[in-house]
Design a protein around this ligand. Structure first.
Ligand SMILES: [Cu+2]
Length: 125
């Protein structure tokens, strides 16, 4: 729980920094919108538990999303986007899985073997 909160806070800070940078360079309103800053999510699987679990994250279409996974068991990570993404998780630290979502909507990120939802990503157009 504590880690999930920290991750969520990190996301908020990242969003705040992105807004600040945006304000400084005066973007928005132009036709050449820069892509949203990449979203990084730290995932830890240990002793049959995953952190975070049932988190809610915000992203934009085409935003680069990176999952940093440390696990003590093999599993299958499934991103329920259209099209979907499947990643094989090894029992190893610091695995990196990258994807982007092209279709707006709620995208669930699941662990199939543990049968848990890590997060639901609310993808905005
Ligand atoms: Cu699935």
């Amino acid at each position: 729980m504590r880690r999930a909160k920290e991750t969520f806070r990190g996301t908020l800070i990242a969003a705040g920094v992105a807004a600040l940078v945006c304000g400084l360079v005066g973007c928005g309103g132009s036709t050449n919108k820069p892509a949203a800053a990449p979203l990084d999510v730290n995932v830890t699987i240990a002793n049959g538990q995953v952190t975070p679990a049932n988190a809610t994250l915000q992203a934009k279409v085409h935003q680069q999303i990176t999952l940093h996974v440390t696990s003590d068991a093999t599993d299958e990570l499934h991103v329920h986007s259209t099209p979907d993404h499947k990643f094989q998780v090894a029992a190893a630290p610091d695995q990196t899985f990258q994807f982007a979502v092209d279709v707006p909507g709620n995208v669930e990120v699941e662990l199939h073997h543990l049968n848990r939802t890590i997060a639901t990503i609310q993808v905005q157009p």
